[in-house]
Design a binder for this molecule. Structure first.
Ligand code: IRO
Length: 312
C-alpha cells in the first residue's frame, strides 16, 4: 500500500511534514545544511536578533531522563547571516525555508521584516513571541494586549504570510482569548505550538545542584515532559482557528508522537529535543515509523486522519 506523506499548504508542497524546531541544528550554515540535506521536509533557522548574540553562560542545556532543559539565551549570528543563507538557499528544490525572528523589541522585529520585504526572499517568517530565556524579557505572548499590538504593527510592515511561535497555555480561557487575538490578522497563516514550557527547574540530587547555570537554574523544558501540553495546545488552536494552520512542536521522538500531533490537527510537525539528542538521522527514522503506523491503519495520506481525533 502506498503512503504519501507530502503536505501542501500556503501554496507550497513539502515532501513530508517533519522539520527541525527552531533552536535545534540551525544556528550555523553547516547545521542548517545538515537539516536541508537530511530527510526533513523543511528547514527553519535559529531565532535571530538584529545583532549577533553569544547567549547565556554555560552550562545552558542539559539532557534529562524525560527530555531537556535549556536556557540558551538566544545565541545567534544576527539576522543578516540568516538572510544571507536564505539568499543562497535552493528555494525551488522543494524544501521550504522558514526564518525564525525574535527581536529584543517590537521595533527590532519590524526592522527585520522590513529588510525581508525589501529583498522579497521567498521564505516564511515564524515570529517567536515566546522565548523564555532572556533575563528581564518576559514571554510576549503571555501578554494578550501586547501581542495584539505587535501583530497589528507586524501586519503593517509585512504583507506576506507569516506565523508565530507561541508559548504553551494551560487554561481554556487563555486558549479562547489568544485565539481571539490571533484571529484578527489575515496575514497570520500559521501558529507553531509550543515553545518549551518556560522556567522549569531540574535538580541533580547527587550534586545538590541545578543542571544549568543561567537564571539560577530555571529553563525551558522540552521532550517527554511537554507532549500532553503540546497536544492540548495544537488541538485547541486547530479547533478555535480552523482557517489557520497549526504546526505541532513538543515531545515528538517517534512516528507515534508525530501521528498524535497530526491527529490533533497539526499541518506539519517540528522535532526539537529528539533531534538534539539523536542528530538528523531522527528524521528518516520518525518518517519510517509514521509510514508504518499509517500503513497499519490503512491511511494513504495525512489528510485521511489530520484533525480527526475522537473524544472517547
Ligand atoms: O534560549 C533560547 O535561545 C530559547 C529560545 I530563543 C526559545 O524560543 N525557546 C527556548 O527554549 N530557548
Amino acid at each position: 500500500m502506498t503512503v504519501d506523506l507530502s503536505v501542501s499548504w500556503l501554496g507550497m508542497t513539502m515532501p513530508n511534514p517533519l522539520y527541525n524546531a527552531s533552536g535545534v541544528m540551525c544556528r550555523s550554515v553547516e547545521e542548517l545544511e545538515r537539516v536541508r540535506l537530511s530527510a526533513a521536509g523543511a528547514v527553519i533557522t535559529k531565532s535571530c536578533t538584529l545583532d549577533p548574540r553569544e547567549g547565556n553562560p554555560e552550562p545552558r542545556y542539559a539532557s534529562t531522563p524525560l527530555g531537556s532543559i535549556n536556557s540558551m539565551g538566544l545565541p545567534n549570528a544576527g539576522y543578516r547571516y540568516y538572510f544571507d543563507y536564505a539568499r543562497r538557499y535552493p528555494h525551488h528544490a522543494g524544501k521550504p525555508l522558514f526564518l525564525s525572528l525574535s527581536g529584543l523589541s517590537l521595533e527590532d522585529n519590524l526592522t527585520m521584516l522590513e529588510a525581508l520585504a525589501v529583498e522579497q526572499l521567498p521564505c516564511l517568517p515564524e515570529i517567536n513571541l515566546s522565548c523564555p530565556n532572556v533575563p528581564g524579557k518576559p514571554q510576549l505572548a503571555y501578554d494578550f494586549a501586547a501581542t495584539a499590538i505587535a501583530l497589528a504593527e507586524i501586519s503593517r510592515a509585512w504583507h506576506g504570510p507569516f506565523g508565530v511561535k507561541l508559548p504553551p497555555y494551560f487554561d481554556p480561557v487563555h486558549f479562547v482569548e489568544m485565539a481571539h487575538v490571533l484571529g484578527g490578522y489575515a496575514g497570520l497563516r500559521f501558529i507553531t505550538c509550543i515553545n518549551s514550557i518556560g522556567n522549569g527547574l531540574v535538580i541533580d540530587v547527587e550534586r545538590e545542584s541545578t543542571v544549568i547555570r543561567p537564571k539560577q537554574g530555571l529553563g525551558g523544558l522540552g521532550g517527554d515532559y511537554v507532549l500532553p501540553t503540546a497536544l492540548a495546545n495544537v488541538r485547541e488552536f486547530a479547533r478555535l482557528l480552523p482557517e489557520k494552520h497549526v504546526i505541532g512542536c513538543g515531545g515528538i521522538r517517534s512516528g507515534k508522537e508525530a501521528f498524535m500531533h497530526i491527529l490533533a490537527g497539526a499541518t506539519a510537525v517540528q522535532v526539537g529535543t529528539c533531534l538534539h539528542e539523536e542528530g538528523e538521522g531522527a528524521f528518516e527514522r520518525i518518517l519510517g515509523e509514521l509510514t508504518d503506523i499509517m500503513r497499519a491503519k490503512g491511511y494513504h495520506r495525512l489528510e485521511d486522519f489530520r484533525g480527526r481525533l475522537k473524544v472517547c
